[in-house]
Write a protein that binds this ligand. Structure first.
Ligand code: CTP
Length: 397
């Protein structure tokens, strides 16, 4: 999928720059060409010689390398690529990008480019969590810049947490998704996934057994077919896929707000196992045990996100897909649910414990539309995701 693609790789000045040497090899193996640009600080971590040797191309380091228009000018350099990748994107580089600075070659190229940009942030945990970095991240995402990572793990600085640059193969997957020329190119699709957590008090919550595996597989498959995917996920067991915009939420009410914020979309896939009820009055301090007394929880109904989006009169996605997790009369219940919620399709599955589907790697689903009910054989959740993504692509064509 990367064969023939041209990448402009801006290497920032962080210790994770060493991973770019392997990244260049992985990209070249897949047939992509890589034009490297090093910031002045990056040269402290990797040498232009090793980068040039791996890339097989001239390394650009200085704005004034490009002032001789007999060579390639900076405007041209910024535009010949299919995508500009910034890895590692340091806190400083992200701040400059968010602020629109253009005071060296890398930032000038980023300001001048009209091609898609992806960043792979890498920095100390505290720097990543700092409100300034999070503000810059939100600005960059709002500008349409794609983000891969960072991951959690041990850091070169000796701390542990979010801030490690994604591994080369994760970046490759994100690039493949971003550059996919599939049938969903140009389409924006929302996917909800995972369980929701409904708080009781600061330490307790009500949850369900959804792992988020099926929603994640669907989002990954949609991205592989070229869709721009907004992935709104509750606290799932499986990590979110690469190459999608991830919005993490906790409760059904948070999920509703994130979904409404993500609209308009061409299609919405509501795979999340949203809690039907929340505790009416969340206690803001821990509920203590009291001898002889049991706490009584009063419930309130959560907003039905799928039904609300299905019934929108303006801005409704062209295709709205719900899920039905049933234990009895699967097809009959799901058919009734499709009508009740007002969605176009329902993906129904039998979640009785004996099926091993909830929390497992396989699924056996029925796809119910207004006019048909297809029974799909038992297959992996990845295959279900792929098959559903293909049908979505056909419906949106
Ligand atoms: N859903 C939603 N918001 C809710 C509850 C459910 O968006 N508050 C969505 C789910 O993401 C799923 C579909 O609705 O796509 C089915 O959810 P389910 O809870 O099975 O449906 P219910 O109408 O609650 O029916 P049941 O009586 O079976 O619980």
């Amino acid at each position: 999928m990367l064969a023939g693609k041209k990448l402009l790789l801006i290497i920032g000045g962080g210790i994770a720059a060493y991973k770019c040497l392997d990244l260049i090899r992985r990209l070249k193996e897949r047939g992509a060409s890589v034009t490297p640009v090093l910031t002045p600080a990056a040269k402290e971590f990797v040498t232009p010689l090793s980068v040039a040797a791996l890339a097989g191309e001239k390394v650009y380091t200085d704005l004034f390398d490009l002032t001789d228009e007999a060579e390639m000018g900076h405007i041209q350099l910024s535009r010949v690529a299919d995508l500009v990748l910034v890895a590692p994107a340091t806190a400083n580089l992200m701040a400059k990008m968010a602020g629109g600075h253009a005071n060296d070659l890398a930032t000038t190229l980023l300001m001048a480019t009209d091609t898609p940009v992806m960043i792979a942030p890498a920095m100390n945990l505290r720097m990543w969590e700092h409100p300034a970095t999070q503000r810059n991240l939100a600005t960059l995402q709002g500008d349409g810049i794609k983000v891969v990572g960072p991951n959690a793990g041990d850091m070169a600085c000796g701390e542990y947490g979010d801030g490690r640059m994604s591994e080369p193969l994760e970046i490759v997957a994100a690039l493949e998704a971003a550059l996919a020329d599939g049938p969903l190119k140009g389409k924006r699709v929302l996917v909800t996934s995972g369980p929701t957590h409904e708080p009781i008090d600061p330490v307790r919550y009500i949850a369900n057994r959804s792992s988020g595996a099926q929603g994640t597989a669907i989002a990954a498959a949609l991205a592989r077919l070229g869709a721009e995917v907004v992935f709104v996920t509750g606290p799932a067991d499986v990590p979110p896929p690469e190459g999608v915009k991830v919005i993490k939420v906790q409760s059904a009410e948070d999920m509703r707000a994130a979904v409404l914020d993500a609209l308009p979309v061409d299609a919405g896939v509501f795979a999340a196992a949203v809690a039907d009820w929340r505790v009416k009055r969340e206690s803001h301090s821990k509920i203590k045990k009291q001898a002889g007394e049991l706490p009584v929880l009063e419930f309130a109904e959560n907003p039905d996100i799928l039904a609300e989006v299905s019934r929108m009169t303006t801005g409704r996605p062209k295709l709205v897909i719900g899920f039905a997790a049933e234990t009895d009369d699967v097809v009959a219940n799901a058919t009734a649910k499709r009508k009740r919620k007002g969605c176009d399709w329902i993906v129904a599955n039998d979640v009785s414990p004996s099926t091993g589907i909830m929390g497992g790697t396989e699924n056996a689903v029925h796809l119910i539309t207004e006019t048909s009910a297809q029974d799909w054989p038992r297959m992996s959740k990845r295959e279900v995701g792929h098959k559903l993504a293909e049908q979505i692509a056909a419906a949106l064509a």
